[in-house]
Design a protein around this ligand. Structure first.
Ligand SMILES: Nc1nc2c(c(=O)[nH]1)N[C@H]1C(S)=C(S)[C@@H](COP(=O)(O)O)O[C@H]1N2
Ligand SMILES: [Mo]
Length: 314
């Protein structure tokens, strides 16, 4: 088993030397990959991204869209573990303790392991990505995230030939996440991706926003972002990742499968049963704008779904 340094690791599971080297190779390799794909990092030499010197007021996305202000990104949230209202997470998420933190990687793979956050948040390992996000409730934001491609972790884990899906789980802890005392959703929160979606270079594990350590209400210390899918696929405060042969049951599909599917691709042509998905309200704007197919990422991701009926696989 591959062990990170943080967290409560039983002494019987102290990392064997060879495994430790393996983990260092993972970090070295992903750093190289990320440097090649970087859109310009403001991280400098600091381990945590909060020391970024970037002037965010000058940054616009590659689509020339205004960034959603930091205060909106961090105070208008969905995080049902802290309440169902948009302003509940910022008020209540102080009970979450995001450090130390471990993430288990397992299931159908040759190289399972437990990672500490410090295995991921290293100089050169974190890059900036400005992504549009759109909630299934028809509001949207443009957010400068910091993180790294999920593919780096998947390649290190070496999924077996039979693995076709990845399942993610959020922390399940009634002390740290008081909303889990209520049966509004089945806990822990679960999400999943097809393996090819998970390995797509746009799919990111996120550890920071606006050059700052990810706030608790945004899913500290590590969360998923899949920019061409509805926001609910972006599972927060992840503690485990498992490779599976069968499609996992994700939380929102379990709660209302006629309203929320597994794929959850942003699609203006497929309405939610109770409202249209053709338009969206960009937080901070008054007039609604048209929603773009795959949230504007069609050139990059449409080929993943060629031959699939996206009305059936919503
Ligand atoms: N664990 C967990 N992850 C979650 C949610 C949640 O309730 N619990 N809400 C999802 C939904 S519906 C959205 S729109 C996004 C919101 O992310 P943000 O608050 O950072 O904008 O988080 C997603 N991830
Ligand atoms: Mo959402």
């Amino acid at each position: 088993m591959l062990i990170g340094k943080s967290g409560k690791i039983p002494s019987s599971e102290i990392t064997p030397e060879g495994m430790y080297l393996n983990r260092r190779q993972f970090i070295g390799k992903s750093a190289a990959v990320v440097a090649g794909a970087s859109m310009g990092s403001g991280i400098g030499g600091s381990i945590e991204p909060e020391n970024s010197q970037k002037d965010w007021s000058k940054v616009r996305s590659e689509l020339d869209e205004e960034l959603t202000p930091f205060d909106d990104v961090t105070s208008y949230n969905n995080f049902y573990e802290f309440g169902t209202g948009k302003s509940d997470p910022v008020r209540n998420a102080h009970t979450l303790r995001p450090r130390p933190w471990t993430i288990e990687v397992g299931g159908l793979c040759d190289n399972p392991g437990t990672y500490g956050l410090e295995d991921f948040i290293k100089p050169g390992n974190i890059e900036d990505r400005v992504y549009r996000m759109r909630c299934v409730e028809a509001w949207s934001m443009v957010i400068p995230w910091q993180g790294f491609s999920l593919k780096d972790v998947i390649d290190q884990a070496k999924p077996s030939g039979s693995a076709r899906f990845v399942e993610f789980r959020t922390l399940h802890d009634l002390e740290q996440m008081p909303g889990q005392r209520y049966g509004v959703l089945r806990w822990p929160y679960v999400e999943g991706l097809r393996l090819d979606e998970a390995k797509h270079p746009l799919t990111m594990l996120i550890t920071g926003v606006y050059g700052k350590t990810l706030p608790n209400q945004n899913g500290a210390p590590i969360r998923l972002i899949v920019p061409w899918k509805y926001g609910f696929k972006g599972i927060k405060s992840i503690v485990s990742m498992r490779f599976l042969e069968e499609m996992p049951m994700n939380t929102w599909k379990r709660s209302a499968s006629h309203e929320y599917g597994f794929y959850a691709n942003v699609n203006p042509d497929v309405p939610h049963p109770r409202w249209s998905q053709a338009r969206e309200r960009r937080i901070g704007e008054f007039r609604r704008r048209r929603t773009l197919m795959f949230n504007g990422y069609a050139d990059e991701v449409a080929s993943l779904y060629s031959g699939m009926d996206l009305r059936t696989h919503y």
